[in-house]
Ligand binder design. Structure first.
Ligand SMILES: Cc1cc2nc3c(=O)[nH]c(=O)nc-3n(C[C@H](O)[C@H](O)[C@H](O)COP(=O)(O)O)c2cc1C
Length: 337
C-alpha cells in the first residue's frame, strides 16, 4: 500500500521537473529549519531510536541522509527532525561553482531510478563553512552526527587536487563530525582517477599530515564501477592511511539496465544500482575490516536489510527517499527489530 507521501506529495513533486521539485523541497525544509513549530511537525515522522556507536560517534539510528540532497547544508535541523540518524552535507568544493547546464537530473519512475549529471553545483567551502558556523551559534545544530563530503573543484587540474581538498578540509573539519573524501562522482572530469592508489595515497597522506588529523574520522566514498583489482588497491591505501570508513557506493556509469530511449548521460542511482552496490559492499567486507556505510538502491526494509546482512554498519538514502518519502525511515527501522 502507498504511504501518504506517495499518494499526495510525490504526484505534486513529480509534476515538476526534477530539479525544480528538489529546490522546492529544499526551500521548504530550509525555512522549516528555522521554526520550532515546523521542526515539531516534521518529528511526526521520526522512527523510534536504534542507537549505534561507530567512529567514536553516537548515531541515534543507522539511517543517514546521503550526500547530494543537501549539498549546501541549508536544512540540517529539518533532516534531523525527520529522523535521519546522521546527515551528510555536500559535496562541497573549494570554489563555488554552478555545475553543468540544466536539465541535469532525470527521473526514471519505471526503473525507480534517477540519473544526474549535476557536476557539484554548490556554494563553495567558504560560504558553507560560514553557514554551518551560524547554525552552530544559533543553537539549532542537531543532536545527530553531521558529516561533510568534500570534492574537487572543476576548475582545479587533477594534479592540484590535493591542495583543493585540503582547502575545504581545513575550513570545514572543525564543523563536521566526520569528513568524506568523494573520489567517485562521475560528473567531474577526472575525479574518479583519484581512486588510483598513487593519487589516493597522496591525498590521504596530505590529509593525515594536517594538525590533529587523527581526531576527525576520515571516510572515502567509492564508485560501484571499480574492478576487484582496483578495489583492493583502494582498500590498501585506506588501511595504510588509517581511513575510518568507506562509503559504498556512489552512482554508476553502468546504464545497461536502462532502455536506450530513456537513457541520459550521468550517474545512475536507485533500484538498478542496488545489486552492483551490494556486491561491492560484500567484496569490501570480505577483504577488509574497515567499517562500511552502504548507499545504493535502498528503497524498502528488504533492500536495507540486504545491506546490513552484507556487513554494512550504517546506510544512507537518496533515490529511495525521493520515491518513498520520510516514512521509509520508520519502515526500515521497524523491520530491523
Ligand atoms: C541527484 C543526485 C545528486 C548526488 N550528489 C552527490 C554528491 O554531491 N556527492 C556524493 O558523494 N554523492 C552524490 N550523490 C550520490 C548519492 O549520495 C548516493 O551515493 C547514490 O545516489 C546511491 O544511493 P541511492 O541509490 O540511494 O540514490 C548524488 C545522487 C543523486 C541522485
Amino acid at each position: 500500500m502507498k504511504n501518504s507521501y506517495e499518494r499526495f506529495i510525490r504526484p505534486l513533486l513529480f509534476s515538476l521537473d526534477a530539479e525544480t521539485a528538489h529546490h522546492f523541497t529544499i526551500t521548504l525544509l530550509r525555512h522549516g529549519s528555522k521554526f520550532d513549530l515546523a521542526l515539531r511537525a516534521l518529528k511526526a515522522f521520526q522512527p523510534s531510536p536504534k542507537p549505534k556507536a561507530l567512529f567514536g560517534l553516537n548515531f541515534p539510528n543507522p539511517i543517514g541522509l546521503a550526500a547530494g540532497l543537501d549539498k549546501n547544508g541549508v536544512a540540517i535541523p529539518a533532516w534531523a527532525a525527520l529522523g535521519f540518524g546522521f546527515i551528510e552535507v555536500g559535496t562541497v568544493t573549494a570554489k563555488a561553482q554552478p555545475g553543468n547546464p540544466r536539465p541535469r537530473i532525470f527521473r526514471l519512475p519505471e526503473q525507480q531510478a534517477l540519473i544526474n549529471r549535476l557536476g557539484f553545483n554548490n556554494d563553495g567551502a567558504d560560504a558553507i563553512a560560514e553557514r554551518l558556523r551560524q547554525l552552530r551559534r544559533s543553537g539549532r545544530w542537531p543532536a545527530v552526527p553531521v558529516g561533510i563530503n568534500i570534492g574537487k573543484s572543476r576548475a582545479t587540474p587533477l594534479e592540484q587536487a590535493t591542495d583543493d581538498y585540503l582547502y575545504s578540509f581545513r575550513l570545514l573539519r572543525e564543523l563536521a563530525d566526520y569528513v568524506t573524501l568523494n573520489v567517485s562522482s562521475p560528473n567531474t572530469p577526472g575525479l574518479r582517477e583519484l581512486q588510483d592508489p598513487k593519487r589516493l595515497s597522496e591525498l590521504l597522506q596530505a590529509i593525515g599530515r594536517e594538525p590533529r588529523a587523527a581526531t576527525k574520522p576520515i571516510l572515502v566514498k567509492v564508485s560501484p564501477d571499480l574492478s576487484s583489482t582496483e578495489l583492493e588497491a583502494v582498500l590498501a591505501a585506506c588501511e595504510e592511511n588509517a581511513v575510518a570508513g568507506v562509503i559504498a557506493t556512489n552512482t554508476t556509469l553502468d546504464h545497461s539496465s536502462i532502455p536506450p530511449a530513456l537513457d541520459e548521460e550521468g550517474g545512475l542511482s536507485g533500484a538498478p544500482l542496488r545489486e552492483k552496490s551490494t556486491a561491492l559492499l560484500r567484496e569490501i567486507v570480505g577483504k577488509s575490516s574497515i567499517p562500511v556505510i552502504a548507499s545504493g538502491g535502498i528503497f524498502d526494509a528488504k533492500s536495507a536489510m540486504e545491506k546490513f546482512q552484507a556487513g554494512a554498519q550504517l546506510v544512507q538514502l537518496y533515490t529511495g527517499f525521493v520515491y518513498r518519502g520520510p516514512r521509509l525511515l520508520r519502515e526500515i527501522i521497524e523491520a530491523e527489530k
